[in-house]
Design a protein around this ligand. Structure first.
Ligand SMILES: O=C(O)Cc1cc(O)ccc1O
Ligand SMILES: [Fe+2]
Length: 488
């Protein structure tokens, strides 16, 4: 076994025959849901992962498939092709450098020429420097959950863009997308040449084949599919919905912990990358979809792109279970800024300023004394996109539903709604737990996102959102003089 692999239950590296047996475990189930193809659950049972954030992994699906002592030997073991994927410029400082070497049956270049995908994906947007189909608005925005489509829709076709800033052409910025889908990607894989995808499933598991191996991602977990890797998403539970943040500016890092110390928040060991897995499959008409400069291109090849028998390096997909997050908080008074809940960050060139932070609001104890405990009223120079995976968000008693979303853009005032405020100020502040299975999250950015026409015009947009604050009444009483300033 390769050191660092999680192996539960223990099993040896599969032989070629065993691997091919696994590859044949595709079945077509007529389940009445469009009759779409579903993959056999056993293919995703007992998946193994390698632990650690940014580790230099080594993994092989066939014994000794990784070349020893060099990356690019004249003849690779098993007659494999060696191929490097670089996630950072060759010359970035070593501590930021990300690359992996893949050893594969055929190289990724073996395909017909690219042509723009027809019809174009009209709901997906990446270039926010083109102001023709997106708008800037300071209005506080909220959306109800998107309906799962009736017609057959896979992960890629189910994506729609909410907002974003910058452009992949500038290699700077981000986009927030959501998806609502009901079927698996069939004989097709997507590679995003524009940036990293971080996916937050809200309903339905994702079975993701990548060139580095397979991942199962359930609601409550997030997955990062880095720039350039090919992947294909199957939906074992059918109807699926979730959020995606796409980053054009670099990669996610763990935040520094500062005075918190060496432990806490997201623990590096809880990040899981796949182990090498491959399928040696001829598939006539297999489609590679390449997202590049915001446009989808496609090309055909006649074999599965998931043909990497072994790989080594620190550039690979990974997943993380948000329920493993170890939250820190105030233990005496006042409300901590939400940055205390940062899971991952994509830093900008300015110290402490993120292109995107992923922030989570998990169940936790609230113990602050003489303190307004819910999120404070505020205006933020950063923009805040929020989603709810399950449960209820502590800042909103009404209208923010699992699968829904909100956007509070740079300096747009916001805070708790009226019922949350009234309840908080009338309650005895005993230690209390935000109970149950609740998970809200935020994509926070220093950039000013433009909002797509589709998101602004969506029937799911909650045009009454502002009313939750209009109801805030004045509690001002000139005669209610604080103890400290009362005359003796
Ligand atoms: O606006 C929000 O709900 C997110 C948020 C939460 C919090 O606890 C403090 C500040 C903040 O922006
Ligand atoms: Fe906020």
């Amino acid at each position: 076994m390769i050191p660092g692999e999680i192996d539960d239950p223990p099993s040896p590296i599969p032989t070629m025959a065993e691997t091919q047996k696994q590859d044949n475990q595709y079945v077509v189930q007529d389940d009445g849901v469009d009759g779409h193809e579903r993959e056999n659950a056993s293919e995703y049972a007992d998946l193994k992962y390698q632990r650690g954030f940014g580790n230099h992994f080594t993994t092989e699906a066939l014994k000794d498939a990784l070349p020893e002592g060099q990356n690019s030997p004249l003849n690779c073991p098993y007659g494999l092709y060696a191929e490097q994927i670089s996630g950072t410029a060759f010359t970035v400082p070593r501590k930021y450098n990300q690359k992996s070497w893949l050893y594969r049956i055929k190289p990724s270049v073996t395909h017909e020429p690219f042509s723009p995908r027809e019809p174009p994906h009209s709901r997906l947007m990446s270039d926010f420097t083109d102001a023709s189909n997106s708008f800037v608005t300071p209005t506080q925005l909220r959306w109800k959950p998107e309906d799962i489509p009736n017609g057959k829709t896979d992960f890629l076709d189910g994506l729609f863009t909410i907002c974003g800033a910058g452009s992949p052409f500038l290699r700077h910025g981000f986009a927030v997308h959501m998806y609502a889908a009901n079927s698996s990607m069939e004989n097709s894989a997507l590679a995003n040449a524009d940036g990293d995808f971080l996916i937050v499933p809200q309903q339905g598991r994702l079975w993701i084949k990548t060139e580095c191996g397979k991942l199962e991602v359930s609601p409550g977990e997030v997955v990062v599919l880095p720039h350039g890797f090919r992947f294909s998403v199957a939906l074992p539970d059918g109807p699926s919905r979730g959020y995606v943040v796409e980053v054009f500016s670099g990669h996610f890092q763990l935040p520094d912990l500062g005075p918190i110390g060496a432990n806490g928040l997201a623990d590096p060991r809880d990040f899981l990358s796949p182990v090498a897995w491959f399928e040696e499959k001829e598939i006539p008409g297999y489609t590679i979809i390449h997202k590049f400069g915001g446009t989808l291109f496609e090309s055909k090849q006649d074999f599965s792109p998931f043909n990497v028998v072994a790989w080594q390096g620190n550039y690979a997909p990974y997943k993380y279970d948000l329920r493993k997050f170890c939250p820190f908080n105030t233990v005496l008074f006042d409300h901590a800024d939400p940055s205390i809940n940062t899971v991952l960050t994509v830093p900008s060139e300015r110290p402490g300023v993120a292109v995107v932070d992923l922030v989570v609001f998990p169940p936790r104890w609230l113990v602050a004394e003489h303190t307004f405990r819910p999120p404070y009223f505020h205006r933020n120079c950063m923009s805040e996109f929020m989603g709810l995976i399950c449960g209820a968000y502590e800042g909103k008693a009404e209208g923010f539903l699992p699968g829904g979303a909100s956007l509070h853009n740079c300096m747009s005032p916001h805070g708790v709604d009226t019922p949350t405020y009234e309840k908080a100020i009338s309650e005895e502040p005993r230690p209390a737990k935000i109970e149950g299975d609740t998970l809200a999250f935020m994509f926070e950015s220093s950039l000013i996102p433009r909002v797509t026409a589709r998101a602004l015009e969506s029937p799911k947009r909650d045009l009454n959102y502002y009313k939750g604050w209009i109801g805030l009444r004045s509690h001002f009483d000139r005669n209610n003089i604080p103890q400290t300033v009362r005359k003796p």
